[in-house]
Design a protein around this ligand. Structure first.
Ligand SMILES: [Zn+2]
Ligand SMILES: [Zn+2]
Length: 286
């Protein structure tokens, strides 16, 4: 079994600069690429801050500018695609947001999620993966410490099912001291286990300045040894990136020791044998 449990449902670029399009037809484009790349099931995980139902918790201009869409349209499109038999799951990428987490999860509770991804993109309301963000006000070691503490809090909260891009702080290739890196990695593994979270291997890092998969081989091996379950992720924002570089992700998973992958249904996890990638259609995007 191969899953891609991290992607953002977007339409053609003609629909605008951030073309969120919540239709079954848009979903079908992602499903076609998944089949062509040998991915059995995909999960949509739009960012929580795109939906006006979550507006009351946000504090930054970045989020408030994007908080325009109706979550009912998004959920409705994915639920309808499931009803028609497409191999899709309903998820959401949920930011760790101190001060707002409890309310945020109350607002999300009414919807039929298959799984929730938890992400840390912000520490002290400053971005990890945009510049200048947190990098302008903290040393590299302190960015990593703040990131590790936030991921640990997120994992222990029990609010989410999967930790997204679990070492995102490497996005620009800035590394902490070996000691800080070891501390942060240990903290994340212990917290994932305590909170019952899976971790994803994300191929998105290959397309970022760091040019590596998330997480590092060391962190993933430690997760596997501790018994933290696994999912796979492209973080696609266009259909063409669904399942991209999953051969590399599978290799990392096997080297780390994983033999199973996590499948979610209604926020209940089960393990399935991992792989193989078997492309099932003629259409393979360039
Ligand atoms: Zn993310
Ligand atoms: Zn994402």
């Amino acid at each position: 079994m191969i899953v891609d449990y991290h992607m953002h449902l977007r339409g053609s670029v003609a629909a605008g600069p951030e073309p969120l399009v919540h239709t079954v037809e848009a979903i079908e484009r992602f499903v076609e690429v998944a089949a062509a790349r040998g991915v059995d099931e995909i999960g949509f995980t739009e960012h929580d801050y795109y939906f006006r139902q979550t507006r009351e918790v946000w504090r930054t201009g970045y989020q408030l500018e994007r908080c325009l869409f109706d979550i009912e349209d998004y959920v409705g499109a994915v639920v309808e695609a499931k009803r028609r038999g497409l191999p899709v799951k309903l998820g959401l990428e949920v930011d760790w947001w101190p001060g707002g987490n409890e309310r945020l999860h109350e607002l999300l509770a009414p919807y039929p999620w298959d799984f929730l991804l938890g992400s840390v993109h912000w520490v002290d309301d400053l971005a990890i993966d945009f510049e200048p963000g947190l990098w302008a006000v903290r040393s590299v070691d302190d960015v990593w410490r703040g990131y590790g503490a936030a991921v640990s809090d997120l994992a222990r909260s029990g609010l989410v099912d999967v930790l997204a891009h679990p070492d995102l702080a490497k996005v620009f290739g800035r590394r902490p001291s070996a000691e800080v890196l070891r501390e942060v990695q240990e903290q994340i593994v212990v917290a994932a286990l305590a909170g019952g979270c899976a971790v994803e291997i994300s191929t998105a890092g290959l397309r970022k300045p760091v040019g590596e998969l998330y997480p590092s081989p060391e962190l993933l091996s430690a997760c596997c040894q501790a018994g933290v379950p696994l999912t796979l992720a492209s973080d696609a924002h266009v259909p063409d990136n669904v399942g991209r570089d999953f051969d590399v992700a599978l290799e990392l998973a096997r080297v780390a020791g994983y033999e199973t992958v996590t499948v979610f249904e209604g926020r209940v996890a089960r393990q399935e044998p991992l792989g193989p990638l078997v492309p099932r259609a003629q259409l393979v995007p360039a």
